[in-house]
Ligand binder design. Structure first.
Ligand code: FAD
Length: 504
């Protein structure tokens, strides 16, 4: 052990001071050298195949298809550890990937075989500082909400508690409080970020303002964020929960989705999303669930949600008044993170009951077609269609707080994000399912285009690997992002050395 540590120290010192010319050395050995050098930073932060930490970290993904075999896992405890690591990767040209909550179900986006996995697991502070909170990317949203609940506040984040902080905020972040305050990234006042030169920097309105803007939707292309300073908003208890309906109620739910979507325009405390799920192949059956949130306690059913309660066929209802951390679900029993593999794709369109209805029809037809095409060899799986409405007020709030890179403005609203996910019980990637999801979403898109409702925006946190979210932010924002990237990362540490992420 002592010898390994001594070699690690020598390797890291030598790489940090001189760089390391490893031309001709295989990718595998190059990664091993970097792993050894990382040990020089902190021996306990590096784990190798065969250890329980390595096994836990490499399986810590929402989608089983993302499980990886990196050369080693580096779990830094401080921003300085991350900064040293970047200098080592840079000096020895080592390929690396970054993972926070591991919820992006794109294999390779948050870990790659043979590369080094930088796992944010130990960057876990939740530090309340007056009106803001400093949050480490290694937290899940439930962990954050438990702390903010204690001071009667809320921070904008995921609507499912197991999702990670890092990826969600860097991609934008749709929360239950969006109509009041915009995307989660709009509420960030400072990013502590390790940039391509291996420095710990702050990006905020006065320090590195270009980077500050770029990180609001720029995902992992600009640096590794080691802390998010986010605004908090007062919130006592909330009223919400999930209503589950028989599948036969779907036509009525679709009608009411549009009624409540209109209502969001003048009631910013209200928020909801809907899942249409065909889980017959795994014995759960088909169902529709509406997840409701009202941003203050209500003695009865909030007026906004009455249309959903008027629908017959309710089989379960968990709506009640509770602390926020208890409202946000942690995942479905039997379908918890890592048990299934997932592939997804989304489209965005202007609010339209006609498109909503057609999207559901296409979802049902294509799921059935997929089942039939697989014949008796079909692996058990789940087909899910989610409707996620945005109110126009969410887009105005983004503009009010200084804007972000996403390129949406209030003329675009109100909007609907439709997210189609196919899930299956197997760790291997399923090309057939990915292709089927693509064909379905392309059909939905053509219909929305014909209705003149489709908009080109692709939400990066719900995009498929062959979609091009950065270009969908608009030519001006796309070019500005590229210019900022070139300025802060001329050698392409985060676009060439870093494996995984959307092309910019
Ligand atoms: C069950 C479920 C529920 C969801 N609910 C919501 C929701 O309510 N609202 C919403 O907007 N989205 C939601 N999403 C989508 C979610 O925002 C994305 O999947 C997001 O990428 C997850 O973040 P993560 O940290 O868990 O992911 P990861 O897979 O760890 O990261 C995603 C990407 O971000 C990069 N990254 C992560 N951390 C950092 C960092 N610190 N610095 C630089 N780059 C980093 C990674 O390299 C990777 O490419 C949900 C997804 C799932 C599966």
């Amino acid at each position: 052990m002592k010898t390994v540590l001594a070699h690690g120290l020598i390797a890291s010192r030598s790489i940090l001071s001189n760089g390391l010319d490893l031309a001709g050395v295989t990718e595998f050995s190059r990664a091993q050298v970097c792993c050894l050098a990382l040990k020089g930073i902190s021996a306990k932060a590096v784990s190798f195949s065969g250890s329980s930490t390595y096994t836990n970290e490499t399986h810590n993904y929402f989608s089983a298809a993302n499980v990886v075999q990196p050369a080693c896992v580096f779990s830094p405890e401080t921003a300085e550890h991350v900064a040293y690591a970047i200098r080592i990767f840079n000096g020895a040209n080592c390929s690396f990937s970054v993972r926070s909550g591991g919820h992006l179900p794109i294999p390779g986006s948050n870990g790659q075989n043979g590369a080094i996995l930088l796992a944010a697991t130990k960057l876990k502070m939740v530090d309340i500082r007056g009106k803001t909170v400093r949050i480490g990317p290694g937290n899940t949203w439930t962990e954050v909400y438990r702390e903010t609940d204690k001071v009667g506040k809320v921070v904008l984040g995921g609507r499912i508690g197991t999702v990670g902080v890092g990826g969600l905020v860097l991609g934008g972040g749709i929360s239950f409080q969006g109509s009041e305050h915009g995307f989660a990234c709009d509420t960030v006042v400072n990013y502590q970020v390790v940039t391509a030169d291996g420095q710990v920097q702050n990006a905020n309105a006065s320090s590195n303002p270009d980077l500050f803007w770029a990180l609001k939707g720029g995902s992992n292309r600009f640096g590794i964020v080691t802390a998010f300073d986010m605004r908090m908003y007062p919130l006592s208890k909330v009223t919400g929960g999930t209503i589950t309906y028989q599948y036969s109620s779907l036509p009525l739910v679709l009608e009411q989705i549009d009624v409540v979507h209109r209502h969001l325009e003048f009631d910013p405390k209200a928020s909801f999303f809907v899942n249409v799920m065909d889980a017959a192949d795994v014995g759960v059956g088909k169902l529709v669930e509406v997840v409701l949130y009202y941003g203050k306690p209500s003695t009865g059913i909030p007026v906004a949600f009455q249309p959903f309660f008027d629908i017959p066929g309710i089989v379960a209802n968990t709506v009640s008044t509770k602390p926020y951390s208890e409202l946000v679900p942690n995942g479905r029993e039997g379908l918890s993170p890592g048990t299934l593999s997932h592939t997804w794709r989304s489209l965005t369109y202007k609010r339209s009951p006609v498109v909503n209805k057609k999207v559901a029809e296409i979802f049902q037809e294509e799921a059935e077609k997929f089942r039939l095409s697989q014949g008796s060899s079909v692996q058990p799986g789940v087909f899910t269609l989610a409707y996620e409405p945005y109110a126009t007020s969410m887009l105005s709030a983004s503009q009010r707080t200084g804007g972000n890179a996403l390129g949406l403005d209030r003329q675009n609203g109100p909007l609907m994000l439709a997210l189609l996910t196919y899930s299956w019980i197997n760790q291997t990637e399923s090309a057939t399912r990915t292709a089927a999801v693509k064909a379905s979403v392309e059909r939905m898109k053509r219909f929305a285009q014909a209705e003149e409702k489709h908009i080109d925006f692709i939400y990066i946190n719900a995009a498929a690997p062959d979609q091009d979210p950065f270009r969908s932010y608009g030519q001006v924002n796309y070019q500005r992002l590229r210019d900022i990237r070139r300025k802060h990362d001329p050698k392409g540490v985060f676009s060439v050395l870093q494996a995984g992420g959307f092309h910019l």
